[in-house]
Ligand binder design. Structure first.
Ligand SMILES: CC(=O)N[C@H]1[C@@H](OP(=O)(O)OP(=O)(O)OC[C@H]2O[C@@H](n3ccc(=O)[nH]c3=O)[C@H](O)[C@@H]2O)O[C@H](CO)[C@@H](O)[C@@H]1O
Length: 369
C-alpha cells in the first residue's frame, strides 16, 4: 500500500499518524509512506528522524472570528491545496490519512477532490476545527472516544478505534529505554514531561521539588522540559545537588518515548490524548496535571476518566507547587501496593489494538478506488 500521512503542529497529532503508518508497514511489508506537514510544526523535526519521507506545504489555521487574516488564510489554504495535489499526483497514494492540525486541511481536501480514499483520526472527545471541516469530504472518521461520533453528523462513516499510539507502544522495550538513559535494566525511574512541547508550570514545580529528591534514594528522575524551555531549565538544574549526583537528568526531547515510558515506574505529565493512550496501553501509573489552556478543558476530562478508574492521580495546575508534587510522587513511590494497583487499573483502559482496527479500515476504503 502507498500511504500519505498528514497532521501536525504538536506531537499529539503527529504520533498517531506515524503509529498508523508503522502498523500498515507491519501488516503489509513494502508499504510506502510519505508524510506531508509544515516546516513550522514539530513534525518537520520529528518525522525525518523516524526515517519517514517528509514534504512540506504551508498553511496557517482559521481564526474563530472573521478577519483579514482569515482572507489570507483562505488564500494560503488554496495554495496548500494546489501544492498538495501536485505531491499527491506524484506519489500516487492508495489512501490518505489525516490526524488533525491545520496542515491536514489542504492535504485531505485535495485528496478527496482527486478521488483518493481518505480517513481522518480524531484524538480528542470534542473534535478540532480542521477535522470538523474535513468530515464531510472524507470516506471515514476514526474516533478515540465513543462520545465523539455525534460531533461528526456530516461524515459518511465514523467508527470507534481508540488512539493508535497505544499499538505503537506495545513494541516498546524497557531495557532499551533504561540503557538509552545510561541506566541499568530495572532501575526505578520517574519520568516528568509536559506533553510534546513541555509545560512551564510542570517545569517550575519539578525544579522546586528537586531539593527534596534525596529523600527518595534510588529513584532516578528523567525530566523533559520541552525544547523551548530546555536551555533555561538545564542551566537552573545544574546548580542542584540532585543533578550533580546524577539522580536528576534533564533531556531536551525523547525520540524514543515508548521505550522510556515502558522503563518508567511512574509518570508525571499533562493529560494529552496520545500520552494517555500510551500510558494506559503499557499500564504505567501517573500523576496528571491537565493543561488549563486547551479547548473545552478537555485535558481535565481526560485526566478525570483515568482518576475515576483508579488509573492515575490528578493535581490541578492551580494547586501545583514543588511541595504538592513531591507529596504526590512520594506517596505513590512509598506505597508499592498502590503503585501496582494504579498501573493495573491503567492497563484495563488501554486499547492496544487501535492501529490494527484503523489499518483494517484503510484496506477496506482503499479497495473502493
Ligand atoms: C497544549 C495542547 O494543546 N495539548 C494538546 C496536544 O498535546 P500534545 O501534543 O502534548 O499531545 P499528546 O499528549 O496527545 O501527545 C504527545 C506525544 O508526544 C510524545 N512525546 C512527548 C515528549 C517527548 O519528549 N517525546 C515524545 O515522543 C508522547 O509520547 C506522545 O505520543 O494534542 C493532544 C492531541 O490532540 C491534545 O489532547 C492535547 O490537549
Amino acid at each position: 500500500m502507498r500511504i500519505v500521512l498528514t497532521g501536525g503542529g504538536t506531537g499529539g497529532h503527529i504520533y498517531p499518524a506515524v503509529a498508523i503508518g508503522r502498523q500498515a508497514q507491519e501488516q503489509a511489508p513494502g508499504t510506502e509512506l510519505l508524510y506531508i506537514g509544515t516546516t513550522r510544526g514539530l513534525e518537520n523535526r520529528i518525522v525525518p528522524k523516524l526515517g519517514i519521507r517528509f514534504e512540506a506545504v504551508e498553511i496557517t489555521g482559521f481564526r474563530r472570528k472573521l478577519s483579514l487574516e482569515n482572507v489570507k488564510t483562505v488564500v494560503r489554504f488554496l495554495k496548500g491545496v494546489k501544492r498538495a495535489k501536485r505531491l499527491l499526483r506524484e506519489f500516487k497514494p492508495d489512501v490518505v490519512v489525516g490526524t488533525g492540525g491545520y496542515v491536514c486541511g489542504p492535504v485531505v481536501y485535495a485528496a478527496a477532490k482527486l478521488g483518493i480514499p481518505t480517513l481522518i483520526h480524531e484524538q480528542n472527545v470534542i473534535p478540532g476545527l480542521t477535522n470538523q471541516f474535513l468530515a464531510r469530504y472524507t470516506d471515514s472518521v476514526a474516533v478515540s472516544f465513543p462520545d465523539s461520533e455525534r460531533h461528526f453528523a456530516k461524515a459518511k462513516r465514523t467508527f470507534y478505534a481508540g488512539n493508535p499510539c497505544a499499538t505503537n507502544v506495545m513494541r516498546a522495550q524497557s531495557d532499551k529505554g533504561s540503557a538509552s538513559l545510561g541506566l541499568q535494566a530495572g532501575s526505578r525511574i520517574v519520568l516528568v514531561f509536559g506533553g510534546s512541547r513541555g509545560a512551564k508550570a510542570i517545569n517550575e514545580a519539578m525544579l522546586d521539588m528537586a531539593p527534596q529528591l534525596h529523600k527518595l534514594a534510588g529513584v532516578h528522575f528523567v525530566f523533559v522540559p520541552g525544547e523551548v524551555y530546555y536551555e533555561d531549565v538545564k542551566r537552573r538544574a545544574e546548580q542542584l545537588p540532585a543533578y550533580k549526583s546524577g539522580q536528576l537528568q534533564v533531556v531536551a526531547y525523547l525520540h524514543n518515548m515508548p521505550d522510556v515510558l515502558a522503563a518508567s515506574q511512574l509518570v508525571v505529565s499533562r493529560s494529552g490524548a496520545s500520552t494517555i493512550a500510551e500510558m494506559t496501553a503499557l499500564g504505567v501509573p501517573s500523576i496528571l496535571i491537565p493543561s488549563p489552556n486547551v479547548t473545552n478543558n478537555h485535558q481535565e476530562a481526560n485526566a478525570r476518566s483515568l482518576v475515576e478508574a483508579g488509573a492515575a492521580t490528578m493535581v490541578l495546575e492551580r494547586e501545583l507547587s514543588g511541595d504538592r508534587l513531591f507529596e504526590a510522587v512520594s506517596s505513590m513511590l512509598n506505597d508499592e501496593k498502590k503503585l501496582a494497583q494504579t498501573g493495573k487499573a491503567a492497563l484495563t483502559l488501554g486499547m492496544p489494538d487501535s492501529a490494527v482496527t484503523i489499518v483494517d479500515e484503510l484496506k477496506r476504503i482503499s479497495k473502493k478506488k
